[in-house]
Design a binder for this molecule. Structure first.
Ligand SMILES: Nc1ncnc2c1ncn2[C@@H]1O[C@H](COP(=O)(O)OP(=O)(O)O)[C@@H](O)[C@H]1O
Ligand SMILES: [Mg+2]
Length: 242
């Protein structure tokens, strides 16, 4: 449940996004309204160019809407200065990008702890390195802690991206096609990990995908086409397959 008495964790109100190009204006999102609660796992589905990445960027405050409002725990953040947004981003959000690549000269543990090269961990009792090792082990990479990225498979590399996303204790994870380049076993591992994190830690997770088998394991599927919501459907059997 949401701690904030029914206030959604994140809300978009009538969001529009246009990009101005020399060739004209491109509308990426039109009249998008959406609420996301703590602990919810939401799949964003739609063809290429339908606005999934743009929507994830706006939810995570990496980009601003051209019109409309973005509220985080009931507070508008779309008009905040970049300086103020940085704090929200660090404290609330983690990102897993489609082309998530670990730094090649750092080992798995160093890649996991990378965010703390830029800011200090908050509210920690234990040693941050020990916590990093625990997170890595929890993702089945206990035998890879000191390995370099060149020694890892694609599925293992995506787990490092998840470890790095988790180490900052985010309230929300935004993942852009996190399973796109993985085999089925690793795709299922990623979505089952997301489910566990959303249910056991209350993390809100929004991810984009083209894969309906993966989308069907979310709590909800939001369908986008040409920047417009087609439908927002709850999944009643969870997980639906397997
Ligand atoms: N930075 C940008 N500049 C111009 N157009 C963009 C930019 N980002 C996205 N678009 C356009 O917005 C639309 C939605 O793109 P995107 O959000 O990347 O869709 P998806 O992730 O579903 O493939 C597309 O028409 C795309 O070309
Ligand atoms: Mg995209």
């Amino acid at each position: 449940m949401d701690k904030s008495n029914g206030t959604p964790f994140l809300e978009l109100r009538d969001v529009n996004k246009t990009f101005n190009l020399s060739s004209g204006e491109v509308t990426a999102l039109e009249h998008v309204s959406l609420t996301i609660s703590k602990g919810e796992l939401v799949a964003l589905v739609g063809p290429s160019g339908s606005g999934k990445t743009t929507l994830l960027n706006i939810i995570g405050s990496l980009d601003r809407p051209s019109r409309g409002e973005v509220l985080l725990e009931g507070v508008r953040i779309d008009g905040l200065s970049e300086e103020d947004l940085v704090h929200f981003r660090r404290e609330k959000f983690s990102f897993i990008f489609q082309d998530a690549k670990p730094l090649r000269m750092l080992n798995v543990l160093e890649n996991t702890l990378l965010p703390f090269n830029f800011f200090k961990p908050k509210n920690r009792n234990g040693n941050i390195k020990d916590e990093g090792i625990e997170v890595i082990k929890s993702l089945g990479l206990g035998h890879r802690i000191y390995h370099m990225p060149s020694q890892l498979s694609g599925g293992e590399i995506q787990r490092v991206a998840i470890a790095r996303a988790l180490i900052t204790h985010p309230a929300m994870i935004l993942a852009d096609e996190p399973t796109a380049n993985l085999d089925r076993g690793n795709r299922l591992f990623v979505i089952d990990t997301f489910r566990k994190l959303s249910k056991e830690k209350g993390i809100a997770i929004v991810f984009s995908t083209h894969d309906l088998e993966i989308a069907n394991r979310a709590d909800r599927i939001v369908h986008l086409k040409d920047g417009v919501f087609l439908k927002d459907e709850p999944i009643t059997c969870t997980p639906c397959s397997g």
